[in-house]
Ligand binder design. Structure first.
Ligand SMILES: NC(=O)c1ccc[n+]([C@@H]2O[C@H](COP(=O)([O-])OP(=O)(O)OC[C@H]3O[C@@H](n4cnc5c(N)ncnc54)[C@H](OP(=O)(O)O)[C@@H]3O)[C@@H](O)[C@H]2O)c1
Length: 247
């Protein structure tokens, strides 16, 4: 499949380092693409040579904001054939990955689950009318290998691991329901690999040499993956290499 098969792209959590690289690559590959970017932040200025092609919408990610953004896009009869939900936190302020059970606390779990699992599923709830259903479409949600229950050999990181695992199950359930609306929609839970972004910054010292990726590399891999997804299953959990991650 060529890179130019997509025509209308929605990137949620667009201020993520990987999302920014993705936006640039997508527009570079297909200058005719219409791209809507959604973020908590205002549009960064002067960072992209494709600024004129990007429609940037600020959202506080309340359900009301999600619903009204999707209603406005829907009222313009816009349909998206590539959707990326990039939101995810591993640390924020006092919150950080727990090394031991004694560090687990409900307010951190609430926050991490909210960003990593609840925000993505609420977007999927409100996106139903504006996902392209008559042509091949792909919805990608950023997951993480540490969200794999099967792969968990080392423990720790209770909140991040379990919120990504919850997101995976929410995505699987939504993918089944979406299939009732259209066979044209595929879903990808994506593990980018350890990537040099603010999210991984405090944990990069132990990453083996050559295993800390640039966001641009990951963006390139992701575009290649989504344009070559198999017909079945409707939902894949893949890493940056295109290898299946066990659930
Ligand atoms: N970097 C890695 O090594 C790595 C590894 C595995 C998985 N991932 C996943 O890849 C995705 C992209 O992360 P990144 O590495 O590019 O990190 P990043 O640059 O730190 O981006 C953070 C992302 O999370 C959103 N976000 C942050 N705090 C939030 C909050 N309080 N409420 C709602 N949204 C919030 C941001 O959205 P706004 O645009 O609204 O700010 C942005 O999309 C995440 O889902 C992450 O879990 C990353």
């Amino acid at each position: 499949m060529s890179d130019a098969r997509f025509s209308s792209v929605l990137v949620i959590g667009a201020n993520s380092a990987i999302a920014s690289a993705l936006v640039s690559k997508l527009l570079e590959k297909n200058p005719n693409t219409k791209l809507v970017a959604i973020s908590r932040s205002a549009e960064p200025s002067g960072t992209s040579s494709h600024e004129s092609q990007i429609r940037w919408i600020q959202s506080d990610y309340s359900e009301q904001s999600m619903s009204s953004i999707c209603a406005i896009l829907g009222s313009r009869e816009e349909k998206f054939d590539r959707v990326f939900i990039c939101n995810g936190i591993l640390h924020e302020g006092e919150i950080g990955p727990e090394k031991r059970l004694q560090e687990v606390n409900v307010s951190s779990l609430n926050k991490i689950f909210h960003v990593n699992a609840f925000i993505p599923i609420l977007w999927l709830k409100h996106l139903v009318p504006i996902i392209e259903k008559d042509l091949p479409s792909v919805v990608t949600v950023f997951s993480a290998r540490v969200g794999s229950i099967d792969d968990n050999q080392r423990g720790g990181w209770y909140g991040y691991r379990s919120s990504k695992a919850a997101m995976n199950m929410l995505l699987k359930t939504a993918a089944i329901e979406y299939r009732r609306f259209s066979d044209n929609i595929k879903f990808l839970a994506f593990h980018p690999g350890t990537t040099d972004t603010p999210l991984s910054k405090p944990f990069q010292k132990t990453v083996p040499s050559g295993k800390l990726f640039k966001p641009e590399f990951v963006a390139e891999r992701l575009i290649m993956l989504i344009e070559n997804l198999p017909e079945e299953p409707a939902l894949n959990f893949l890493d940056w290499e295109g290898k299946t991650v066990t659930w």
